[in-house]
Design a protein around this ligand. Structure first.
Ligand code: ADP
Ligand code: MG
Length: 452
């Protein structure tokens, strides 16, 4: 076995361990450049990859090599920049740069038949512990629509990949199972479709248009909350598809049990399949996501800037992409690489510290909105359950996130005895430990508080 074959078989093994996007990020342009009896040297394209591979993948690469050839005991990485001939390292002309940038930012054309955007695929979807379950469930659904989990319900905060993931399912199915009719519809469009069908007395035609669909993907289904007529019609659409083993995929900003004003029968339908969440990626995953985006655009930026973005832009993945695009556009305009200082200035708007955004106003505002209340309702002197619980949550968060004293909390809530605040805090804290639904709610609320 020569070096090339040896490395090929290591790569083949590695692909089994990690996602495609991660694989492409770290293993592209690597090769064995030296091998003696015990030692192997692998070349990598830059310092970043070197550090990453030696810290993260050293052990597993060595083990894989060792399994193939047990004399190999040591592994080293060296940096070998890409040859001058290769497309991405030759100095592009100004014009090419412009084109490249535009190419990268160009939106793919949405498919008229399915409404899917072909840019959302599994291949460019980075997987980490923050979205592992949702990703696995989505893949399972894509492999056998209608048969595994029905419906698939993906929820999580904004900009965390829900639309990307559910469209990836649609794209995979329509690529691989061509006979299957896939339709992606935003819930807003869906609801307005129902409303106008009701108005024009054409509900039957509307339903008939949905009947041939094998995979129905409805994005942001929380939008249907409180719209009773639409919920009723959707319930029938849901059932008729479901009974025929057609796949239904839904996304939402919160789990079914936290969608207020959702009919009970719909809630129980939503809960009848698989519910999976997407949350925030950690630093390492943010780095992989940035690298994946750069690769898609076939461009690069200095490692220190990349690292700065990954370390500081934490709000969500959409912001992460936004920050990267901003850097790319600016360096494109300048026709030269930015330095770190310039990049920091550009990125000011993307970076926040939790202490800047979690304040009294933000907590009250977010809690009220989450529970569909007006802010002033939180201060109503009432014992109604719909108010008491949100009020306790607000008190809990003031204490927990802002370290307010109990008397201070009591003062904010109309000079109540501070034992009320202590009671609220203890109650929520205890329930948070015992009750998953509440924990989920608190997480979602916190996510919103901290996302600016
Ligand atoms: P949501 O629907 O949850 O608000 P989107 O699916 O619109 O979020 O994602 C926002 C942006 O972030 C999109 O451009 C998407 O491609 C990107 N993105 C989200 N999650 C991932 C991921 N895991 N890997 C790569 N890109 C992602
Ligand atoms: Mg979305």
């Amino acid at each position: 076995m020569n070096n090339l074959e040896l490395w090929q078989s290591v790569l083949a093994q590695m692909q089994l361990y990690i996602s495609k996007a991660n694989f492409a990020t770290w293993f592209q342009n690597t090769e064995i450049v030296f091998k003696d009896n015990e030692k192997i040297i692998i070349s990598v394209p830059n310092a970043f990859s070197k550090e990453w591979l030696s810290n993260k993948y050293n052990k597993i690469i060595l083990k894989t090599l060792h399994d193939i050839d047990d004399s190999i005991k040591e592994l080293e990485f060296i940096i070998k920049p890409q040859s001058v001939k290769s497309a991405d390292s030759k100095k592009p002309s100004e014009e090419e740069k412009q084109e490249g940038a535009q190419l990268g930012f160009e939106e793919f054309k949405v498919n008229k038949e399915t409404n899917l955007n072909p840019r959302y695929t599994f291949d460019n979807f980075v997987v980490g512990s923050f979205n592992e379950l949702a990703h696995a469930a989505a893949l399972a659904v894509a492999d056998s629509p209608g048969l595994t989990y029905n419906p698939l319900f993906v929820y999580g905060g904004t900009g965390l990949g829900k639309t990307h993931l559910i469209q990836a399912v649609g794209n995979k199915i329509s690529d691989e199972l061509r006979k299957k009719k896939v339709k992606y519809i935003s819930s807003e469009k869906f609801v307005s479709g129902i409303v106008s069908a009701i108005r024009t007395n054409s509900m039957e035609a509307f339903k008939a248009s949905l009947a041939p669909i094998d995979v129905l993907i409805l994005d942001d289904i929380q939008f249907i909350a409180g719209k009773n007529k639409s919920q009723e019609e959707f319930f029938h659409v849901f059932n008729s598809l479901y009974e025929k083993n057609k796949q239904i995929i839904l996304s939402s900003d919160r789990p079914p049990n936290a969608i207020a004003e959702l009919e009970e029968r719909l809630r129980s339908r939503f809960e009848g399949g698989m519910i999976a969440d997407v949350s925030l990626p950690d630093y390492e995953t943010r780095l992989v996501i940035l690298k994946t985006k750069l690769q898609e655009k076939n461009t690069s930026i200095p490692d220190e800037i990349l690292d700065y973005i990954a370390a500081n832009v934490k709000k969500n993945i959409r912001e992460l992409e936004g920050a990267l695009n901003k850097i790319l556009i600016c360096s494109g305009k300048l026709g030269q690489e930015l330095n770190l200082e310039a990049a920091k200035k550009l990125l000011k708007g993307f970076i926040f510290s939790p202490f800047d955004v979690a304040n009294y106003k933000k907590i009250i505002e977010t809690v009220a909105k989450f529970y569909n209340l007006e802010e002033k309702n939180l201060f109503d002197p009432t014992r109604r359950k719909e108010i008491v619980r949100p009020r306790q949550v607000a008190m809990f968060l003031l204490r927990k996130e802002l370290k307010y004293s109990f008397p201070a909390i009591a003062r904010k809530f109309g000079g109540k005895d501070h034992t009320t605040a202590i009671y609220a805090f203890k109650k929520i804290q205890q329930e948070n430990e015992e009750n998953n639904k509440l924990t989920e709610e608190l997480n979602l609320i916190k996510q919103r508080i901290y996302s600016g």
